[in-house]
Write a protein that binds this ligand. Structure first.
Ligand SMILES: CC(C)(COP(=O)(O)OP(=O)(O)OC[C@H]1O[C@@H](n2cnc3c(N)ncnc32)[C@H](O)[C@@H]1OP(=O)(O)O)[C@@H](O)C(=O)NCCC(=O)NCCS
Length: 151
């Protein structure tokens, strides 16, 4: 089988079922702040909020390899990333994070992108560090990474 080529596109309503399934997978739940699967209502609220075009950015990674989101507030965006298990370790996560940071800077003029990572999430800390983020602060069991344009 040939090597998969990965690309990003904006999330649409029809992505909800797939997204909800993977959002409730063990690694996504463990990485999220809440630590619990989302009910259908909670998931639909979150999905709708992430798709709010004037506020947030929500991209699916094709082919069915995950998603990357940016939740924006006051010139700062909080990034989240999920890559499906089969697609990990091939540079998909770093490609998506770098592309989102570039978009946050060039297209929406964000002053900073932040990533909140649970301290035990070694892969995620390594990923953001590789993408040019720096450890900004720690709180309880979270590490807060920050990326600023032009560095
Ligand atoms: C974290 C995650 C997004 C990484 O995605 P990925 O596509 O595998 O990442 P990449 O292949 O681009 O790897 C980038 C870097 O991350 C690090 N990394 C990735 N997987 C790792 C692992 N299992 N252990 C240690 N470091 C790891 C490496 O430094 C790697 O760089 P290298 O290949 O040059 O060594 C993926 O594991 C995932 O979706 N995990 C579950 C959800 C999650 O934790 N999201 C982050 C929430 S803050």
């Amino acid at each position: 089988m040939g090597k998969a080529v990965f690309s990003m596109r904006r999330a649409v309503i029809d992505d909800f079922g797939w997204w909800h399934t993977y959002r409730n997978s063990a690694s996504a739940v463990a990485a999220s702040g809440g630590g619990k699967p989302l009910t259908s209502d909670q998931a639909l609220d979150k999905f709708t909020m992430l798709r709010e075009p004037d506020l947030n950015v929500f991209w699916m990674i094709e082919p069915s390899a995950g998603w990357v989101t940016l939740e924006c507030e006051d010139y700062r965006g909080e990034i989240s990333i999920f890559v499906t298990e089969w697609a990990r370790g091939q540079g998909v996560g770093s490609m998506a994070v770098k592309q989102m940071c570039r978009y946050a800077d060039k297209e929406i003029g964000m002053e900073a992108v932040i990533a909140r990572v649970r301290e035990e999430n070694i892969a995620s800390s390594a990923l953001f560090t590789k993408c040019g983020f720096e450890l900004d602060s720690t709180s309880e069991d979270m590490w807060n990474f920050k990326w600023e344009p032009g560095e």
